[in-house]
Every structure is written in structure tokens, then in C-alpha cells.
Design a protein around this ligand. Sequence first.
Ligand SMILES: Cc1cc2nc3c(=O)[nH]c(=O)nc-3n(C[C@H](O)[C@H](O)[C@H](O)COP(=O)(O)O)c2cc1C
Length: 171
Amino acid sequence: MNVLVTYFSQSGNTEKIAKAICEEAAHANKADLKKLEDITPDEAAGYDFIFIGSPLHSGSLAAPVKECLNAIQANSGQKLAGFITHFAPAYPEQEMDGFTEPIQKACKEKGIEYRGCFDCQGFLTESLHDTVQKKMNLTDEQWADMVKQMTGRPNEEDENSARTFAKKMLA
Ligand SMILES: Cc1cc2nc3c(=O)[nH]c(=O)nc-3n(C[C@H](O)[C@H](O)[C@H](O)COP(=O)(O)O)c2cc1C
């Protein structure tokens, strides 16, 4: 199988997961790792399986990822899976379904088989800490706990979970 792992990443978290997924995919397939900005809809159409990754931005997929999903070509032979990183420790399944809705919708509209989505925590860039702490109305102590939890994420365990996810998706 020809596998494309494409992603948008500003601070490297989603990229880390993309690399783990691509490494796993490369064991039994031809796998390419490409930043979203380096791939055209025409090129993406040539793959049998696409993994598409995004950070969560204000409770939604990042804008460039949504744009890419809109531009993706109809392809009934293709399969697709998503991966998302977010600073919150975990989201309930129902909320995750909401975040992946644009992926599922694009697949449905274009005849692509949607296979599922992986998600994990990723450290929030320092420059946004004050803003987010205020927005969430958290005390310094609560925020310090939050920072402790997200520090180092995605970690090795997250990368291994992403590899397991990729293996399952490609099986
Ligand atoms: C503008 C912006 C908005 C964000 N909004 C959310 C959010 O709504 N929920 C959340 O859990 N994380 C949010 N985050 C945190 C990122 O999703 C998280 O840090 C992610 O791992 C960053 O991935 P990247 O390093 O690949 O860019 C936001 C980050 C930024 C920069």
C-alpha cells in the first residue's frame, strides 16, 4: 500500500505523532511523511491510505487542515484516518466525535473510507499559558497542575500508542 502521513504542526507535537505513525506504516508499506503545505490534492489522490494530523485550535481542527479536507479529491478506493493533539488531558468521546466531524464529513462526501482517529495530549506553547489560564479561570495552583500534566507530551508512551493505532488502521 502507498501511505501518506500529512500534518499541520506549529510547535512540533503533531509532527512527533506523524513521525511515529509514518515509522509504523513504513514497516509493511511505502510511506511518505509530508507537511500539509507540501502536498497538493492531486498528489494526495495518488495514495491508498492517508493519515491527516492536526492540533486542536479553539475546539476545532486547525484551519489549514479543514481547508485541505475541503480540497481533497473524491476517491472511492482511498482510506483515511486522523490524528489530533491537544493540551487538555483528554476529551470525552462525544467531544472527540465533534472535533473529527469535518474529517468524517469530507470522507463521506468524497467516497473515502473513514477509519478512525487517534488523539493525545501535547504541551501548550508557553506564550499562550497566561491567556489560557485566565480564559479557563484557573488559580496558579490549578494551572501549575495542568502544566505538570502536559509537560513532555506527547511522550514515548503517546508515540507507542500512535504506532499501535497506525498498525490497527492499516490492518
Ligand atoms: C491558537 C491555539 C488554540 C488552541 N486551542 C486548543 C483547544 O481549544 N483545546 C486544546 O485542548 N488545546 C488547544 N490548543 C493546544 C494545542 O492543540 C496543542 O498544544 C497541540 O499539541 C499543538 O500542536 P502542534 O505542536 O503540532 O502545533 C491550542 C493551541 C493554539 C496555538
